[in-house]
Design a binder for this molecule. Structure first.
Ligand SMILES: *Cc1c(COP(=O)(O)O)cnc(C)c1O
Ligand SMILES: [Zn+2]
Length: 405
């Protein structure tokens, strides 16, 4: 392990990577810092180039030894020519994170986070979740033989994600409140009860997620110009940016992409904060959007998010629920990629960015498709109705087909 220390992103205070600490005395979150010179010296570039991408291929850049895995990472980077041409962004790629073991990028964080929990000697883990975090943590806890508690906003979690948490045997605790409240409750529970917390306030979890950047670099053979990411708590956009910064740090590239965050109009605190040019977070008290995975009004990683966006020369934009659902449908119809609404926000955002002249034709753009569409099938079945049944009679069947041709 080349991990050196934990550093507060606000005041620079330092902690040991063996401390169980999620925040600094100043209240801000921590980031993991490595000995990059050591990593550089030990990196075998030839071997690195030949090994196919998975999360643990990048173990030198990770803070814990591999203890629990379900084969996460190695998701395809799909060139989308037809869709790209429709959107006037011909060098468009989709990184399809829905192909992870539980169907979202959260698995990259959890394989590392739960491995760290085992290393620290914990027997219990917990999280608050809009759905995917709980599905992922429940799976990795099951595989590690740990107890798992998940706190969910009651009635606001997509059916597929809830089914996952239940079948993997997590203790599901629905709370009559939104995600932001669930998170403050679980933070206190973990502090009091000796349970390891695996929300994105946990600095080690985000380390797993930065492998998205390493894989994009591996698969594309270079750094793209622009990365478009849906933003909820804002941990993932920071993790991806950090991954690219580290590639530069160890001398594999000189480039860093521009990071663009996309939020839903009804849950857009990061966009508001950027527009206001504010030093404090512009909280959205009652976040609402069909994209439940990003229905967050008080993103805990807001400082990290703003840093990734500002230092990379990026931006953040909002899209409406209608734009999100149309993007979800077009991605499925034109490219055969079925994502959940939050993931479609990145594509909806790209469409807007092109329209506003923010993204130009010759740019290589990677949209992160964060989660699988089957997580939330009711969004589709409530929008697109099933045709009336046809009697089992060839004349009737041909009549139906002709009306459709
Ligand atoms: C968690 C999640 C997000 C948001 O990621 P943050 O790190 O919270 O910004 C977006 N899409 C999906 C599908 C998710 O599960
Ligand atoms: Zn601090």
């Amino acid at each position: 392990m080349y991990v050196e220390r934990l550093v507060c992103v606000n005041c620079g205070n330092e902690f040991s990577p063996d401390d169980v600490v999620y925040e600094c005395r100043c209240g801000s979150l921590l980031d993991v810092v490595y000995d990059y010179e050591e990593i550089k010296d030990h990196l075998d570039i030839q071997k690195f180039r030949k090994t196919p991408p998975t999360v643990w291929k990048y173990a030198d850049f990770l803070p814990a030894p591999k203890k629990v895995s379900l084969g996460e990472g190695g998701t395809p980077l799909l060139p989308c020519k037809r869709l790209g041409e429709m959107l006037s962004a011909p060098s468009l790629y989709i990184k399809n994170e829905g192909q992870n073991p539980t169907g979202s990028f959260k698995d990259r964080g959890m394989t590392v986070g739960v491995s760290k929990a085992l290393t620290l000697g914990f027997g219990m883990v917990a999280c608050a979740s809009t759905g995917n975090t709980s599905a992922s943590l429940a799976a990795y806890a099951a595989r590690a033989g740990m107890r798992c508690f998940v706190f969910l906003p009651a009635g606001k979690v997509a059916a597929g994600k809830l089914a996952q948490a239940l079948i993997y045997g997590a203790e599901v605790i629905p709370i009559d409140a939104n995600f932001d409240v669930c998170l403050s409750i679980v933070r206190e529970v973990c502090r009091e009860a000796g349970i390891y917390l695996l929300n994105s306030v946990n600095p080690f979890r985000l380390e797993g997620q930065k492998t998205i950047a390493f894989e994009i670099f591996d698969q594309l053979g270079r750094v793209p110009d622009t990365i478009v990411v849906p933003v909820g708590n804002g941990g993932n956009i920071f993790a991806i940016w950090k991954g690219f910064m580290e590639l530069r740090e160890v001398g594999l590239t000189d480039e860093v992409p521009r990071m663009i965050g996309v939020q839903a109009e009804g849950a857009n605190p990061i966009v508001r904060t950027l527009v206001a040019g504010s030093r404090e977070l512009e909280v959205v008290e009652r976040p609402e959007t069909v994209a439940t995975a990003i229905r967050i009004g008080r993103p805990v990683n807001w400082m990290k998010t703003l840093r990734a966006i500002r230092e990379s020369g990026g931006t953040a934009i909002s899209v409406s629920d209608d734009e999100i659902l149309r993007a979800q449908e077009i991605l499925a119809r034109v490219e055969g990629i079925f994502v959940e609404p939050a993931s479609a926000a990145s594509l909806a955002g790209l469409k807007k960015l092109v329209f506003e002249g923010e993204v130009e034709k010759d740019e290589t753009v990677v949209c992160i498709a964060t989660g699988h569409g089957l997580k939330d099938p009711s969004v589709v079945t409530s929008r697109i109705s099933l045709p009336e049944p046809v009697p089992p009679n060839m004349d009737e069947v041909f009549r139906r087909i002709r009306t459709r041709m």
